[in-house]
Design a protein around this ligand. Structure first.
Ligand code: AMP
Ligand code: GLY
Length: 425
């Protein structure tokens, strides 16, 4: 089996690592990959949104399974192109990928499917949006409809902030076409968690709950990032509530997408907020979360290749998704300045020593294999991930390993897992 993994983050290193454990996998190509994927796959420089380039790779390398890490290739139609070429793809078609690619689409499907979510309105006109914001009052959440690299959401505490966000998105076109349409929704309060399920268009198999840490600094302070750490399971969503939660936020979406003629295949990621009125869906992603993928795959005991083929082929058996009982925790080691501007090309030391620790895996994200050494090439550089019998033990081990790696100005949050530890007490 030849597998193509699209993307270049810690998530993609984890996907390549897990897929490489199946002896049926003879070759993995990562496009474009990073220093970590280079250890288990062959990196080929094709961008993740370049469907033609990716399909040329599929033909030239005789690929048997395409795995989309990020959303860009899915929104751009990689699954549709694979279907035309008769090659299995793990990930939804472009229509279904609108669950992530368009907030208005996602909210409308949620409403139609009866999924609990914040009340909202969709606007194509800035003046109409501002009139609504003034009459609604604050707090109010302003969301650019399209993909905006995680920066298209403003939780406005005042009406002035909401109006400024509407101007930024719809008038100044800060996010280009993505902001031509906005969703205005009620602000919710509560603890967040990520809940992911493998889907084959009809059936699903849930993964354990996880929790991301989006803010740059300890105590959830500072600007939002792609995610500074994650762990699984998340005590805010304990095992006894997984089935019920899936009935609430996964099953109705699968049913609705099938009714719309686009059965959802791949991994459906529900971003949940646990409010005083129960769980509400903030957003869907149509792919693994990064960094949630890293602890989730550390815990996955089933065979990822077989699960992905079964999802793509419409024959998922939930018993394939077995999970280790331990907790896994991932600490993201970032470049100085991230999520703002940051330097690149710093040499990384201690990688192999940390990786050799029992129960530890260092997933690489913004890295590049240089002449013998590995250097930084992005903002989120490493995802140091460890298993432990308890959340506290996983945390201790992950931080021990994180303290062994080094590059100039490297930085990580010190409080990954603390919300879960407090809740388990
Ligand atoms: P989204 O991309 O829709 O998940 O939004 C990104 C982040 O914005 C979420 O992880 C939340 O922290 C926050 N957010 C989104 N929607 C709401 C909401 N309705 N109320 C409060 N915070 C929200
Ligand atoms: N960690 C959040 C995301 O991947 O969207």
């Amino acid at each position: 089996m030849n597998v193509l993994v699209i993307g270049s983050g810690g998530r993609e290193h984890a996907l390549c690592w897990k897929l490489s454990q199946n002896p049926r996998v003879s070759r993995i190509i990562a496009a474009p990959g990073n220093g970590g994927t280079a250890r288990v796959a062959r990196n080929v420089v094709v961008k993740d949104g370049d469907i033609e380039g990716l399909m040329a790779l599929v033909r030239d390398e005789r690929i048997d399974l395409v795995v989309a890490g990020p959303e860009a290739p899915l929104v751009a139609g990689i699954a549709d192109a694979c279907a035309r070429a008769g090659v299995p793809c793990f990930g939804p078609d472009a229509f279904a990928a609108q669950l992530e690619g368009s907030k208005a689409f996602a909210k409308t499907v949620m409403r139609e499917a009866g999924v609990p979510t914040a009340p909202f309105e969709v606007f194509d006109d800035a003046e109409a949006a501002k009139t609504y914001a003034r009459s609604h009052g604050a707090p109010l959440v302003v969301k650019a409809d399209g993909l905006a690299a995680g920066k298209g959401v403003v939780v406005a505490k005042t009406v002035e902030e909401a109006l400024a966000a509407i101007d930024d998105m719809m008038v100044a076109k800060h996010f280009g076409a993505a902001g031509g349409r906005v969703v205005l929704e009620d602000a919710l309060a509560g603890e967040e968690a990520s809940f992911l399920a493998f889907c084959d268009g009809e059936r699903y198999a849930v993964l354990p709950s996880a929790q991301d840490h989006k803010a740059a600094y300890d105590g959830d302070e500072g600007p939002n990032t792609g995610g500074m750490g994650a762990y699984s399971p998340a005590p805010v969503l304990p095992r006894e509530r997984w089935n019920q939660t899936a009935e609430l936020c996964i099953a109705p979406i699968l049913k609705r997408m099938a009714e719309l003629g686009h059965p959802f295949k791949g991994v459906l990621y529900a971003g949940l907020m646990f409010t005083a009125n129960g769980p509400m869906v903030l957003e869907y992603n149509v792919r693994f979360g990064d960094p949630e993928c890293q602890p989730l795959l550390m815990r996955l005991d089933g065979d990822l290749l077989e699960i992905m083929l079964a999802c793509a082929g419409g024959r998922l058996d939930p018993s394939m998704v077995r999970v280790r009982p331990e907790t896994a925790l991932c600490v993201v080691v970032a470049a100085p300045g991230y999520p703002g501007a940051y330097p690149k090309g710093m040499e990384i030391s201690g990688l192999d020593e940390a990786d050799a620790m029992a129960g530890v895996k260092v997933f690489q994200a913004g890295t590049k294999a240089g002449d013998g050494e590995t250097v930084t090439s992005g903002g989120r550089v490493l995802g140091v991930t460890a298993l432990g019998a308890t959340l506290a033990e996983a945390k201790k081990r992950a931080y021990e390993a994180a303290s062994m790696v080094h590059f100039d100005g490297c930085r990580f949050r010190r409080d990954i897992g603390d919300k879960g530890i407090a809740r388990s007490k």
